[in-house]
Design a protein around this ligand. Structure first.
Ligand SMILES: Nc1ncnc2c1ncn2[C@@H]1O[C@H](COP(=O)(O)OP(=O)(O)OP(=O)(O)O)[C@@H](O)[C@H]1O
Ligand SMILES: [Mg+2]
Length: 585
């Protein structure tokens, strides 16, 4: 095949869109060589076999062509008259026939001898490889064009071969002003030049893009083909983008931290009224009131000695209220250091004081929509009492160091084992706050006032501790039960719980006897102590103390006074008279 034939063939096969055209081929000589060529060509998409020719009609190649529906002929003259053959493959190997074909067809077709046919097939294969490369290049282009990072590629000699569109966006240098230039001239200190010089990757290299004031962070890597370094590629981003991302990251982290701290502080209330045991009238009236209070939105003050279940009631009230799916936030007013009280309650803005490294939500904000439980309210510091009063009035406050008012909708339940009324009277607790908190007072009786409930508590506690410690305690001896009924339980239900827990841990039998409890409960002693606290004094003085005790217990309200009078076995009018007299004592 001569140069013209070869380049003409190439033109047909690799020239851009022409690739879609079919190459029309004719074969002369369908013996062994010709039919092998025929078999190969008929599997190639871009080849159409127009005609095959052999003097012998029955060669295997001729038969095959006929079966394929390809035109066959036994006369060379007929063959040579077929128009539009792009390629004629001469496979007879007979010089006269070769010359005859050339003479007649060389102007209109590429004539290839059988050996040349192998070359053509090689070209067709190459063309298919080229198509695959073009497809890959298309994919690569799409990727490089769509990435946000700037990309630049240079050869081992430093000549810039490629920049992607983001390169021009970031640097404002058009591709034509970069491609073809040498990286050692235009950006000699950049990561790309450095990677080519050192044959090493370069990470997090900060520099100005040569000839610009664009500050970038780059990573560059050598391009190695078959173990040979051919050049390098650099990928970079402007610092402004990175700063923007960092800002976004910081903001997201802040949101995460805030959510995390909310999550840590929010306890969904875990107890319900079903967990409250007790059916003695005194206990039951507290329970009824709590049920009613749960349905309302009023502020509640729960009073009662330590261990009477104030916290349990607060949980149950929240759990039975319309706010049950909102946060229940407990604040132990006695446990927060004075310096942190305000920020604990109302939160602070970042930088409000030394150590305020980030904005923090206060308990009031965390409780929004739900309930805040102010435990040990009697121990709240006077400054905060004043602030809390204002918040309770209009449910609005500002974070420490903040200026924006924050409005919340929070139900307040507070609890104390101190006599807030007395404290208010003596100026140890703000009176106005006391009345705000005491809209509804829930007085929990001490256990000694509803000892009849003790067996029910014991029953439920045995079941609970059996589960906890894997024990099989069945119950108590009559003597042990008697001991529990006699004891006056200064620590109330909590103390009963502790006594039983220790007894169940130590007992080896299935029944707890009084001996197991003597260590923990010294009933005689405690009763004696209570009696011993009375001293000899004028009757009138003792009357005053009794009345004060009764009012402390039942409260100073109208209802409280009625109950106090009842308990003292005097009429309400006598109580009022006595109150007048004792105020002068
Ligand atoms: N009615 C009740 N039924 C069952 N368990 C109760 C009841 N009342 C209290 N308890 C249990 O007694 C323990 C003490 O209750 P709680 O912590 O609510 O008391 P408190 O009044 O808040 O005490 P303090 O004033 O010391 O904080 C808890 O373990 C609670 O589960
Ligand atoms: Mg408590």
């Amino acid at each position: 095949m001569n140069r013209r034939e070869y380049s003409r063939l190439q033109g047909i096969q690799v020239g851009g869109k022409i690739m879609a055209l079919k190459v029309k081929v004719g074969i002369v000589g369908m013996g062994l060589g010709g039919s092998t060529v025929y078999k190969t060509l008929r599997t190639i998409d871009h080849v159409e076999i127009g005609i095959v020719c052999d003097l012998m009609e029955n060669t295997p190649g001729m038969e095959m062509a006929r079966l394929d529906g390809v035109q066959t002929c036994v006369s060379l003259d007929v063959f040579l008259k077929v128009p539009n053959l792009d390629v004629i493959i001469e496979a007879t190997g007979i010089p006269e026939i070769q010359q005859h074909v050339r003479r007649n067809k060389a102007k209109s077709s590429a004539v290839i001898e059988a050996q040349g046919a192998n070359l053509m097939m090689f070209i067709i294969e190459e063309k298919e490889k080229l198509a695959e490369i073009k497809r890959l290049k298309g994919e690569l282009d799409a990727i490089l064009n769509s990435v946000q990072e700037a990309i630049e590629v240079a050869g081992i000699d430093g000549k810039i071969k490629y920049v992607n569109p983001s390169f021009s966006r970031v640097t404002s240098i058009p591709a034509v002003q970069r491609i073809g230039y040498n990286i050692f001239d235009v950006s000699p200190n950049g990561a790309l030049a450095r990677s080519i010089r050192t044959h090493e990757p370069v990470f997090a290299h900060r520099a100005l893009v040569g000839g610009t004031s664009v500050d970038v962070i780059s990573n560059a890597s050598p391009i190695v083909v078959d173990g040979q370094m051919e050049g390098a590629v650099v990928v970079f981003q402007p610092l402004t983008d990175i700063y923007k991302l960092m800002e976004q990251l910081k903001a997201s982290n802040q949101v995460i931290n805030e959510l995390q701290s909310r999550l840590n502080q929010i306890s969904t209330s875990s107890y319900t009224f079903d967990d409250l045991i007790g059916s003695h009238p005194e206990f039951e009236s507290a329970l009824n009131l709590a049920h009613k209070a749960a349905k309302s939105n009023s502020t509640i003050l729960i009073t009662g000695e330590s261990g009477t279940g104030k916290e349990l009631f607060a949980h149950a009230i929240h759990g039975a209220s319309l706010r049950r799916n909102k946060p229940f936030i407990k604040v132990n007013c006695a446990a927060i250091p004075e310096t942190l009280l305000e920020s604990e309650f109302f939160g602070h803005e970042k930088g409000a004081f030394t150590g305020a490294v980030k904005t923090k939500l206060g308990k009031m904000e965390l409780a929004n929509g739900g309930t805040i439980f102010l435990d040990e309210i009697g121990d709240m510091n006077p400054y905060l009492q004043a602030k809390l009063l204002r918040v309770l009035q209009d449910m609005e406050f500002e974070r420490v160091g903040g200026t924006k008012p924050i409005k919340v909708d929070v139900r307040v339940i507070s609890a104390t084992n101190r006599n807030l009324y007395e404290m208010a009277k003596q100026g140890n607790f703000r009176e106005d706050l006391f009345y705000r908190l005491n809209v509804l007072e829930l007085r929990l009786p001490p256990l000694r006032k509803h000892k009849e409930d003790i067996p029910a508590y014991v029953h439920s506690l045995i079941a609970k501790f059996n589960r906890k410690f894997g024990k099989h305690v069945m119950g108590l001896t009559a003597q042990a039960e008697e001991l529990l009924m006699q004891y006056n339980w200064p620590g109330n239900i909590r103390e009963l719980q502790n006594v039983l827990e220790r007894a169940i841990v130590t007992v080896e039998d299935e029944i707890i006897s009084h001996k197991h409890m003597l260590n923990f409960v010294d009933s005689q002693n405690s009763i004696k102590k209570e009696q011993m606290s009375l001293e000899i004094m004028p009757i009138q003085q003792m009357e005053k103390q009794m009345i004060q005790l009764a009012l402390q217990h039942y409260g100073n309200s109208m209802e409280g006074k009625k109950q106090a009078a009842n308990a003292l076995k005097i009429s309400l009018a006598t109580l009022y008279n006595k109150l007048k007299t004792i105020s002068n004592l």
